[in-house]
Ligand binder design. Structure first.
Ligand code: TXD
Length: 319
């Protein structure tokens, strides 16, 4: 069986980490694309030289030519500009919208059968725009944020409860931004709801509220520390998990920005919800019951995504 082909559009911090992980996990041959000359080629050569040590046979090439992504099975998009301290995700809108146009056209011309995972911020608007520009079916274009946001939430909860992170299962819905919705009702430790753990004295409501807030600003906390860029290890791991679910038809239930057609009362928007990812891409959007509070939070989050789309349409009249 021929090896899968993974194309990574954007060879920056996340792109390079994605290539490393994809090679270590033997997901397939890897093409690193970037507009900057030399960087994808240099990273590809460096990564290829891990092969003899790690024992992977993946072919890794760097390129500035979209023709090289031809026939890719999975494409992960990180192209664009990352947040600098003091810059909101939305400030990135104008710059990254233009990038999505170029990327969307490159994908449409060279790899229209691919499963596309968008990571570029502001995520919910960029994944929508990328889908529009590429013209791919909605179920083949998805945004990565929920897996990362949930991982951050789970990490903080595991630290708080002093339990293995392996046993923590948490859910974050809504847009990837300050309005994201960590859903406590579906967050558990080996099936035990957070509210029960609070009742048992593992934590207090105040401390959990603070964790919810820290999760919401989890990206900003790292930007503030790094000063020259944003998080990249956990974002890359999260996207690779989604790619694996597609490649191996795992049918994992993962929170991700998916195109909604009436679910949760939301139409024609990309919003973070639980989905099943399998060989057909987004195979199902799962509609969970939400408390009134979570519903209200989701509405705020959706309004923020809508505002971004209005701004996108203002910038590019073809949208
Ligand atoms: O949860 C999430 N979705 C995110 C999103 C979590 C963390 C970071 N998130 C966003 O991912 C971040 O705000 C950025 O928009 C992307 C990529 O982050 P990364 O840290 O990898 O940024 P870099 O290191 O700046 O890399 C971006 C690369 C860089 O090499 C540019 O030269 C390249 O993108 N770039 C392009 N590549 C191809 N085509 C075009 N047009 C292009 N423009 C820039």
């Amino acid at each position: 069986m021929a090896r899968k082909k993974i194309a990574l559009i954007g060879a920056g911090n996340i792109g390079g980490t994605l290539a490393h992980l994809a090679a270590l996990k033997n997901l397939g041959d890897i093409v690193l694309f970037d507009v900057v000359e030399g960087v994808p080629q240099g990273k590809a050569l460096d990564l290829s030289q891990c092969g003899p040590v790690e024992g992977f046979d993946a072919k890794i090439i760097g390129t500035n030519d979209y023709a090289d992504i031809a026939g890719a099975d999975v494409i992960i998009v990180t192209a664009g500009v990352a947040r600098k301290p003091g810059m909101s995700r939305d400030d990135l809108l104008g710059i990254n919208l233009k990038v999505m146009k170029a990327v969307g056209e490159g994908i449409a011309a060279n790899a229209p059968e691919a499963f596309v995972i968008c990571i570029t911020n502001p995520l919910d608007a960029m994944v929508w725009a990328l889908r529009e520009f590429s013209g791919l079916p909605h179920h083949k274009v998805v945004g990565m944020a929920g897996v990362l946001d949930s991982a951050r939430f789970s990490h903080f909860l595991a630290e708080e409860f002093k339990v293995s992170v392996k046993d923590v299962n948490s859910f974050v819905l809504g847009g990837h931004g300050d309005t994201m919705v960590p859903v406590l009702e579906y967050s558990t430790v080996s099936g035990i709801p957070v509210s029960d753990l609070i009742a048992m004295g593992f934590s207090t409501q105040e401390r959990i509220d603070a964790i919810v807030q820290r999760t919401r600003s989890g990206g900003g906390e790292i930007v503030g520390l790094l000063k020259t860029g944003s998080a990249f290890y956990a974002p890359a791991t999260s996207a690779i998990t989604m790619a694996e679910s597609y490649i191996y038809d795992k049918k994992r239930v993962l929170p991700a920005a998916a195109h909604l057609t009436g679910q949760y009362g939301i139409d024609n928007l990309y919003v973070g919800v639980p989905i099943i990812i399998g060989k057909d891409g987004v195979e199902k959007v799962i509609e969970i019951n939400l408390t009134d509070e979570a519903k209200a939070n989701l509405t705020v989050s959706v309004e923020a995504v809508k505002e971004l789309l209005v701004a996108c349409k203002g910038i590019d009249s073809s949208l």
